[in-house]
Design a binder for this molecule. Structure first.
Ligand SMILES: C[C@H]1CC[C@H](NC(=O)Cn2ccnc2)CC1
Length: 331
């Protein structure tokens, strides 16, 4: 089996996140979910979510699905790196993405969600695509959609072709050669504690020389920006006149009129170049001449994060084989 589904930018002004349509249950209920390689819970806004915390989101109602089954005695609660979170109960039901169906997928129904989820009406939940070890369901951890689907896929892989302010795709079970140029460079993945963790071989700012330095980090499709070591990020923003690391705004800001240099990161002996335009993330407020950078320092996070700003510059293969690897190609 193989499948393909769109990755639609939420708020295409600045690619906050990407959502993908899925169907759950019988008859099928459609929701748009944020596919997240940085976590491993599949949770949705539901008929169980506090009414005061639902604001326009589509919901999954298990009581309307003839194939829904309560996973009795199981609960879940998750907290993300940005402080957002949700918690609730668990059902199993049929779950379909791009024509690939998993029967009896654990679908975590939210009873409560934090304010940032309530205020984002275009995101109706998340599909964790990290390793199942990260799943928060208690007392028995559940498998991700990808882990459940793997055995029925032509190949145990999924790919991310995210795009700048445009619709991209997630493919399951196959590698679409038309989506990239040159070769795919595969790197080893550290699966502990459960992220797609790989090591980049270095970086260059604009047309500058390449700095060979190992940068270990996670590929996270649900993080908008890219967070790298302070030394790397400082050397980038030093090239932008008027750029400052603002305590007030919580990161590097710069004049929106700036022409930003590109940022190149190494993947083995190959490399990926993020166009400067992708690093001009957004005006700090509508109409402001000050813009917020898409490349920020990871100090304080304890981890480097290759988020959407980096991922959308590449075609990325998440290979769930034995051992798992991650593939990068230019496009
Ligand atoms: C400072 C950074 C802020 C953004 C953080 N990313 C996430 O929280 C990813 N995520 C998943 C669900 N909602 C968001 C990573 C740290």
């Amino acid at each position: 089996e193989k499948g393909s589904a769109p990755a639609i930018p939420v708020d295409p002004r600045f690619d906050i996140a990407y959502v993908t349509p899925v169907t759950i249950g019988t008859p099928p209920q459609t929701l748009y979910l944020d596919f997240d390689t940085g976590s491993s819970d599949l949770w949705v806004f539901s008929s169980h979510t506090l009414a005061s915390q639902v604001r326009g989101q589509m919901i999954y109602s298990p009581e309307k699905s003839t194939t829904a089954k309560l996973l009795a005695g199981h609960t879940w609660s998750i907290r993300y790196g940005d402080g957002s979170g949700s918690l609730g109960n668990v059902y199993t039901d049929n779950f379909t993405v791009g024509g690939v169906t998993v029967t009896s997928q654990a679908v975590q129904t939210a009873q409560q969600v934090s304010t940032s989820f309530t205020s984002e009406s275009d995101i109706h939940g998340l599909v964790g695509l990290g390793f199942s070890t990260l799943n928060t369901v208690y007392p028995n951890g559940q498998l991700t959609f990808f882990d459940n689907a793997k055995s029925q896929l032509d190949s145990p892989v999924f790919t991310a072709d995210l795009k700048w302010k445009k619709e991209g795709t997630y493919d399951f079970g196959f590698i679409d050669e038309t989506k990239y140029t040159g070769e795919i460079t595969y790197l080893p993945v550290q699966t502990d504690p459960g992220y797609w963790t790989f090591t980049s071989s270095g970086y260059a700012v604009g047309d500058g020389s390449f700095n060979q330095v190992s940068i270990s980090g996670i590929a996270d499709t649900a993080t908008s920006l890219t967070y790298l070591p302070t030394a790397v990020v400082t050397s980038y923003w030093r090239q932008v006149e008027g750029a400052v690391n603002s305590q007030y705004y919580g990161g590097y800001v710069f004049p929106c009129s700036s022409k930003l240099p590109s940022f190149t990161f190494g993947v083995g002996s190959a490399n990926i170049t993020i166009p400067g335009s992708y690093i001009n993330y957004a005006q700090i407020t509508e109409g402001s001449p000050t813009c917020f950078g898409g490349l920020q320092s990871s100090s304080g996070l304890g981890i480097n994060i290759w988020g959407d700003v980096a991922l959308k510059a590449a075609f990325v293969v998440f290979n769930g084989g034995n051992p798992p690897t991650i593939g990068w190609a230019r496009k």
